[in-house]
Design a protein around this ligand. Structure first.
Ligand SMILES: [Ca+2]
Length: 299
């Protein structure tokens, strides 16, 4: 085994020398390294601006700039859909690398290179989907200024029906989660008994306020409620009396419901079909074509 010789460093032991050495290193760093760095960057860095004939350079001096643009391909403007989910397809002009989408007044999606998306379930009625394209999602001038829109109508619930509006919504564990119970396409409706269940571990029903549809004939409402926030069951009984005519016809909101989120999760609002009914002024049952529940996600 060889024996290591200790280095002979006794000449560095004086403090004066250490300070001298430290000062020398510092001076070298301050004076020489920045000069060296700028010399290197002058040689290797590309020009700050791309050439002026680049179609994706938003520089005002660039006459060749073509703004990012999206085009919606399908469906056609003003179309009506018999399903609550609608697939939209689109494309971008040359250079576009990402798109965002949003429905009605909702928030923008995350950026994605996908050129189609299925939206829904959407509520009955008219909706707009907005698409915008980008060459670079981080540069304001490289994001499409005016999004492309498409308007369409959802008519997924047809015939005498009870449904929740909207069929899907999200909320938090603070604040209200509001939806409505709607009678759809009814003729001569006088009495509604709606029974539905929900997950009491996720949402709690706090308020139920009668709306004006049933009193559209000038009558007044007799009501009876059985709300069970432990079992997650709600029974709503509404009748209109003293109206002229005796019943109401058309589509409208029966009652506005306000839930609160109690825990993160997903709750269905599911009609109990054997207990749910609508009746006319002769107390004969109306044939119910659809009972359309809802999904509430608490985030
Ligand atoms: Ca409808």
């Amino acid at each position: 085994m060889s024996e290591k010789k200790p280095l002979n460093l006794h000449f560095l032991k004086g403090r004066g020398f250490s300070y001298y050495l430290a000062a020398l290193v510092l001076a070298f760093s301050v004076l020489f390294l920045p000069a060296c760095d700028s010399l290197v960057s002058n040689i290797t860095e590309p020009p700050i601006d791309p050439p002026a004939d680049n179609p994706i350079d938003p520089d005002p001096d660039n006459p060749s700039f073509v703004p990012p643009n999206s085009t919606i391909l399908t469906p056609s403007e003003g179309s009506t859909h018999s399903t609550a989910n609608v697939t939209i397809t689109w494309e971008g002009n040359t250079g576009v690398v990402a798109f965002q989408s949003r429905v009605d007044d909702g928030g923008w999606s995350t950026w994605s290179d996908l050129t189609s998306k299925t939206f829904g379930p959407l509520d009955e009625g008219t909706h707009s989907v907005h698409i915008r394209a980008a060459y670079d999602t981080l540069v304001a001038g490289l994001i499409e200024d005016t999004p492309t829109n498409i308007n369409f109508t959802i008519d997924a619930v047809q015939g005498a029906s009870l449904r929740f509006s909207p069929p899907y919504l999200e909320g938090g564990t603070t604040g209200d989660i509001a939806l409505s119970l709607v009678a759809e396409d009814v003729t001569n409706l006088m009495m509604v008994k709606a029974v539905f269940t929900f997950d009491p571990n996720v949402i709690t029903l706090n308020t139920w306020d009668e709306s004006s549809f049933l009193t559209g004939n000038g009558g007044s409402i007799l009501s009876y409620y059985d709300i069970d926030n432990v079992a997650g069951r709600c029974e709503i009984n509404l009748s209109v009396v003293d109206g002229d005519p005796d019943g109401v016809t058309g589509t409208g909101t029966l009652i506005n419901l306000t839930f609160s989120g109690t825990a993160v999760g997903l709750s269905s609002l599911a009609f109990v079909s054997v207990e749910t009914e609508m009746r006319d002024p002769s107390n004969l049952p109306l044939t119910i074509i659809n009972l359309v529940g809802a999904q509430v996600r608490v985030r």
